[in-house]
Design a protein around this ligand. Structure first.
Ligand code: FCB
Length: 471
C-alpha cells in the first residue's frame, strides 16, 4: 500500500474557516467498562456481546478502556491534543436503568463530572444521547420495531437534558440510525441481532420518530432555560456509484442510495419518505409504520447534521456468481471493490467521495450546517521497540480526508467541524478489540494510553491552523 503522507493542499496548513471545530469522538459502550457498577443495568450490547459467537474473539465491553474510572485522565489527554470539542455518548442504562422511571443519581453524576471536567479544560462537550446501547428491558418489550420505544427515548432525552441542558450546547439525538435498524434488526450483524427485514424498517421509522420527539422536548426545555443550543442527528452516509453504466447498475445504485441515505435525509429535511424507496420496500414486504403527524415530528427543524464518513460505495446489481436475486428472491444490491487500498476493516479509501458527498448534501438538503461527527481508520498498528506508534497510514487517511473536507468547503459545502474517530482504541462492536481506530493506543493489559504519531500530527495541524488564523 502507498503510505506516502499526503499533506492537505495549500502547504501544510489547512484553510478551513474561522470557528471550525476540532475534536475527537467516542461512544459509551465502546470505552466505559464498569457495566455493573453504580446501578447500571444491561443494554442490548451487553446481551449481544455475551452471546457466544456474536463478537470476534467473544470480546465484550465489560472493561473496555476503563474510562468510567479514568475519565479525568482521558479529559487531560484530549486537552493535551489542543482540541476544542469532545463528542461522547451517554449510556442510557447507566442513567436510566431499565429504560424507564427516574434517573439513577450515580449514573447521571458520572456525566455531570465529565461535563464539568471538560468545561474546566475549555473543551466543549458534544453529547450523543443514543449510540446503540438500548436498555435490555426496552428490547424485551419489542425494541425499536415497537413504537413505544420512540416515546421512551424522548422521555430519557428530556430527563438528561434537565440535568445537563444548562451547560451543554451541543446535542445529538441518535448516532447512525441505519446501523441500529438495519445491522441490528434486519441483517443480524449488531445487537440485538435479528434478521428480519420488515422489523428493521419499522425500527427505522421509530428511531426517526424518537429523534423528532426528543428534539421537540429538548428544544422546549432549552427555550425555557433561555439557552441557545445546537441540536442534531448523526447519519452514516456515503456515495453510491453504479459499478457499470448499465441501467441495471444505475438502478442498483439508486436503491442503495435510497435505503442507506435518502430514507433518513428526506424525512428529516423534506418531511416525506422518498417514493421510490417506499416502492422498493413494498416489493420486499416491508412497510414504514407512519401515523398521522409523524413526519411533521420527524422533520422538526434541527441546527446541525452530523455526518459519519468512512468509505464510498460502488454498486452492482449482480452478486459474486452473477445472479440478480439472492436465495430469498431479494434483488441484489452489492457493494463491489474498486481496487483501491483498504483499511483494516476492508473499507476502501476513497476521499474524493467524501467531497462529493458533502457537496451533494449541501445542494440537495441546503440550509443545515454539517459537522463531521466521525471519520477515521483502523489499521494494524505495531508499536516500535520504544513504544512509539508510527501509524503512517492512519495519518495519511486523516490528512486525505481533511483535504477532502477542505475541497468540499471550497465548493460551497457548509462544514463547521471535524471529529476524528476515535480518541483511543476501543471496543469496535462486532469486531471486538482487534480493530484499532484510536489516534491514541490503549494497552488493554495495563490500560496505558500512548499517543500515536497520528495524534501528534492532528494536534500539530490544528495548532498550525489556529496560528495561521491568528497571524
Ligand atoms: C461507526 C460507529 C462508531 C465506530 C465507527 C468505526 O459506525 O458510529 O461507533 O464503530 O463506525
Amino acid at each position: 500500500m502507498d503510505t506516502t503522507l499526503t499533506q492537505p493542499t495549500g502547504g501544510s496548513t489547512l484553510t478551513l474557516p474561522a470557528g471550525f471545530r476540532w475534536g475527537v469522538a467516542t461512544a459509551a459502550y465502546q470505552i466505559e467498562g464498569a457495566v455493573a457498577e453504580d446501578g447500571r443495568t444491561k443494554s442490548i450490547w451487553d446481551t449481544y456481546s455475551h452471546t457466544p459467537g456474536r463478537v470476534d474473539g467473544d470480546d465484550n465491553g465489560d472493561v473496555a478502556c476503563d474510562h468510567y474510572h479514568r475519565m479525568p485522565q482521558d479529559v487531560a489527554l484530549i486537552r493535551s491534543l489542543g482540541l476544542d470539542t469532545y463528542r461522547f455518548s451517554i449510556s442510557w442504562p447507566r442513567v436510566q436503568p431499565g429504560g424507564s422511571g427516574a434517573l439513577n443519581p450515580k449514573g447521571i453524576d458520572f456525566y455531570q463530572r465529565l461535563v464539568d471536567e471538560l468545561l474546566a479544560a475549555e473543551i466543549d462537550p458534544w453529547i450523543t444521547l443514543y449510540h446503540w446501547d438500548l436498555p435490555q428491558e426496552l428490547e424485551d418489550a419489542g425494541g425499536w420495531p415497537n413504537r413505544d420505544t420512540a416515546y421512551r427515548f424522548a422521555d430519557y432525552a428530556a430527563l438528561v437534558f434537565d440535568k445537563l441542558g444548562d451547560r451543554v450546547d451541543n446535542w445529538t439525538t441518535l448516532n447512525e440510525p441505519w446501523c441500529s435498524a438495519m445491522l441490528g434488526y434486519a441483517y443480524g450483524r449488531q445487537a440485538p441481532g435479528y434478521e428480519d427485514f420488515p422489523a428493521g424498517i419499522r425500527a427505522v421509522h421509530h428511531l426517526l420518530l424518537g429523534h423528532g420527539l426528543a428534539t421537540q422536548r429538548m428544544r422546549e426545555a432549552a427555550t425555557a432555560l433561555d439557552h441557545p443550543i445546537k441540536l442534531g442527528i448523526t447519519l452514516n452516509l456515503g456515495t453510491a456509484h453504479p459499478a457499470t453504466d448499465t441501467p441495471e447498475d444505475r438502478d442498483a445504485a439508486r436503491r442503495a442510495d435510497g435505503l442507506n441515505s435518502r430514507l433518513y435525509l428526506d424525512p428529516l429535511f423534506r418531511g416525506s419518505y422518498p417514493a421510490d424507496v417506499i416502492e422498493d420496500l413494498t416489493a420486499r414486504g416491508a412497510e414504514l409504520p407512519v401515523q398521522e403527524g409523524d413526519l411533521e415530528v420527524i422533520s422538526t427543524p434541527i441546527d446541525v447534521l452530523g455526518v459519519n464518513y468512512y468509505t464510498g460505495w460502488l454498486i452492482s446489481h449482480l452478486d459474486e456468481d452473477g445472479n440478480t436475486h439472492d436465495a430469498d428472491g431479494v434483488i441484489v444490491t452489492r457493494d463491489v471493490p474498486r481496487g483501491r487500498p483498504v483499511t483494516a476493516m476492508g473499507w476502501e479509501i476513497v476521499p474524493e467521495c467524501f467531497t462529493e458527498l458533502l457537496v451533494r448534501l449541501s445542494q440537495d438538503y441546503p440550509g443545515v450546517p454539517i459537522v463531521i461527527t466521525e471519520n477515521g481508520a483502523a489499521f494494524e498498528d505495531s508499536p516500535a521497540a520504544d513504544g512509539s506508534i508510527h501509524d503512517v497510514e492512519r495519518t495519511a487517511y486523516i490528512a486525505e480526508h481533511l483535504n477532502a473536507v477542505q475541497e468540499a468547503v471550497a465548493q460551497g459545502a457548509d462544514v463547521r467541524g471535524y471529529f476524528c474517530w476515535s480518541l483511543m482504541d476501543n471496543f469496535e462492536w462486532s469486531y471486538g478489540y482487534e480493530k484499532r481506530f484510536g489516534i491514541v493506543r490503549v494497552d488493554y493489559q495495563t490500560q496505558e494510553r500512548t499517543l500515536k504519531d497520528s495524534a501528534i500530527w492532528y494536534r500539530d495541524q490544528v495548532q498550525a491552523w489556529r496560528d495561521s488564523l491568528a497571524g
